[in-house]
Design a protein around this ligand. Sequence first.
Ligand SMILES: [Zn+2]
Length: 269
Amino acid sequence: MKKVILIMALFLGVTACKVNPFTGKKMLNFYGNKQIFPMAFAQYDQFLTENAVVENTAESRMITKVGQRIASAAERWLNANGFQGYLNDYKWEYNLVKDETVNAWCMPGGKIVFYTGILPITQTERGVAVVMGHEVAHALADHGAQRMSAGTLQQIGAVAGNVAIQDERKRNMFNQAYGLGSTLGIMLPFSRGHETEADRIGLQIMAIAGYDPTEAAELWKRMKAKSGGQAPPEFMSTHPSNDTRIQNLTAWAPLAKQEAQKFGVTTFQ
Ligand SMILES: [Zn+2]
């Protein structure tokens, strides 16, 4: 199987495996930032034109502020661990959209949307930092790109002998991988493994940003309570909560604080 992947990678003309700094794992990834990010940026801009962006309110400014702090924490972590330049192609953007859907997401390249509907659950800046850290972690760990590569493998398998991925097909792959296109802004669920990774990475970067990571377990308890209601949060459909998740977050919070101390962060808001 490895040989097959290697041959396909050669055909595709890109590196199939690189080590992700956040997970230390080799990732299957046919698509570099330069291929994926422009598609994500275009989709994001289109999403913003089709939705009501909230501007110049205390809440929208808070989303931007938390996003900037989280992105800056991620950069400090990367620089400290020898991954300078990892974020070169990222174009961070943080927007609040007026929509009662309980959701938030981050597209590849750092394009973030929070819906006003999630604010009653995040409640505070610290709660926003939990969701922001988690979503940014998905983007930093290239989870979407890996899903896209997995989809590509399936497609290649389906059309044996035809490994030329044309632009149109690449776009379709992208839309499938991110659940975008006709249902713009609706994200497909990540695998449980990716969720766990995003939880762990998210805790670390929120702590380095100076936010108390013990809030994460509390937020997921609130999310879980809400899921019992008549209208389960959209966020829950892509981020199923369970007791294991809450237990993990509780256990990892002190470790995240220890990591933050390496960056001189000793108090958490
Ligand atoms: Zn997630």
